[in-house]
Design a protein around this ligand. Sequence first.
Ligand code: MF3
Ligand code: CO
Ligand code: CO
Length: 256
Amino acid sequence: MISIKSTREIELMRNTCRLAASTLEYIEPFIKPGVSTEELNQLCHEYILKNGAYPSPLNYHGFPKSVCTSLNEVICHGIPSKKDVLKDGDILNIDVTTYLQKFHGDTNKTFYVGEVAPEIKKLVEVTYQCMREGIKQVRPGARIGDIGASIAEIAGDHGYGVVEEYCGHGIGREFHEEPQIVHVGKRGTGPEIKAGMTFTIEPMINLGRRHSRLLKDGWTVITQDGKASAQFEHTILVCEEGAGHEILTLRKEETA
Ligand code: MF3
Ligand code: CO
Ligand code: CO
């Protein structure tokens, strides 16, 4: 069952999503060589609590921290650690999910640490473009398959691998709801997109091949070939005909 949010529920989704977005804005200036991912986790944790919310990842199926921090070849679900100290040239994804007034808002961004190699920067830029092109497909009457098809097309043009084992998802009262939003696919297939749906689009794009491996900690997902991986995520609301969609986790630096 794919839930359709009421006007009141949409208002609450807007609130939690605004906080998730502002957490990424808040953490940005702290992302510098020498800082550990555990320190960044602690700062996000305090910011979210200070704003009256709870960090959804904390204790979610046993996840031990408040945000996910995925460095370089880590695709997703990296666990913040004192041992992971940022260095010049790294890329770091921070994935923030807030639980405010009984609703979840989910967003992530891949940040540069100091000066990043052109090849890696290109991967990050194209990954953002993939997410935005996926978002552009969202309007009532379109199909979920349109999203993945448009993402995979751009990634493929650059010779990048699209991760298939992890995907976007419906979101609301639950962290992960139906439908699944896979980042590959065929246009005109999958469930019909309807006004009032809220879901994430969060492509994970690999510099090399698409294949992933789960580490023994049970969470950290890395690329099999050890090459870099980038990701961006927004929570999207499907609007009535005309407007198409609204990006609920939009940051000030971004265009609507
Ligand atoms: N925020 C991730 C997502 O985009 C999920 C993280 S689950 C956790 O769906 F347990 F690792 F936090
Ligand atoms: Co998500
Ligand atoms: Co997320």
